[in-house]
Design a protein around this ligand. Structure first.
Ligand code: SAH
Length: 247
């Protein structure tokens, strides 16, 4: 039985892969990868390495998580070095914990290799710091994806009355609802919002607006995209760098 490396692939820019991730990718007998992991990374694999795509689309899962767990397990029975490559960090809305539990229950050894999460790196490439002295002392990373089967909201909106920076992942298709709820709990209609699409890649695009205007401006941006809500968005005026260089 082999060992599984539950590995973060970083947010998109291949240079944001960790040295440890690159080492196991080069040693891998099989790489099981996601839609969000930059496919360029696979070129680093050795000759004969197998590739298994278990891609999930942004809002609907093409392979149920239980099947992905089983694919990883079956590969661990056949191969020595199994790399499970996931976008960003395996634990940040990455279901890495579920995969680890499934393997532990079957006696398979594993390691987690953290990745640079899009939640912080994508705003950073857009020139938006998630904290900034004198502006905000904390940030939250929240899922914008709510189960459609439930009539009540799973997101505790009342908790978001503070001035924390809020980063919504998986939220573009719920942008109008998110802005509506934040205004409803008392945030100003003029509160700053950024939507960043395809962050850290050459196609990165950032759109700036307010809780009132952002939906019209950003609704057609391609995914993956994340939403940043907070006064820190205004710092982009001084800190924008990556999209200027690419322009
Ligand atoms: N584990 C990942 C997040 C998985 S959830 C991480 O740590 O980054 C998937 C969501 O992440 C997407 O819906 C999107 O909101 C965000 N995301 C991932 N990569 C992104 C990118 N390059 N640009 C913008 N958003 C991204």
């Amino acid at each position: 039985m082999g060992k599984v490396y539950l590995t973060g692939a970083g947010p998109g820019d291949i240079d944001l892969l960790t040295i440890k991730a690159l080492r196991v990718i080069r040693e891998a007998d099989v790489i099981i990868y996601d839609r969000l992991a930059n496919p360029e990374i696979l070129k680093e694999a050795k000759d004969g390495c197998e590739f298994v795509y278990v891609g999930k689309a942004d809002s609907h899962h093409t392979l149920p998580q239980e099947e992905i767990n089983e694919v990883i397990y079956q590969n661990a029975l056949k191969h020595d070095v199994v790399v499970r490559l996931k976008g960003g960090d395996p634990f940040v809305f990455g279901r890495g914990g579920e995969e680890g539990i499934y393997l532990r229950e079957r006696g398979v050894k594993f390691e987690f290799i953290p990745g640079i999460t899009s939640a912080i790196a994508v705003p950073e490439y857009a020139g938006i710091p998630v904290t900034h002295r004198g502006v905000t002392v904390s940030f939250r990373v929240v899922t914008g994806h709510e189960s459609k089967n439930k009539d009540h909201s799973q997101i505790p909106w009342e908790n978001y009355k503070t001035d924390d920076t809020i980063i919504f992942l998986m939220g573009l298709h719920r942008l109008a609802h998110i802005c509506h709820m934040l205004i409803k709990i008392g945030k100003s209609k003029d509160y700053p919002v950024a939507v960043i699409s395809k962050g850290t890649t050459p196609e990165e695009k950032t759109v700036i607006g307010t809780l009132e205007t952002i939906y019209e401006k950003a609704k057609d941006l391609p995914t993956p995209a994340l939403i940043v809500v907070g006064e820190v968005v205004n710092l982009r005026e001084q800190l924008n760098w990556f999209e200027q260089e690419n322009a």
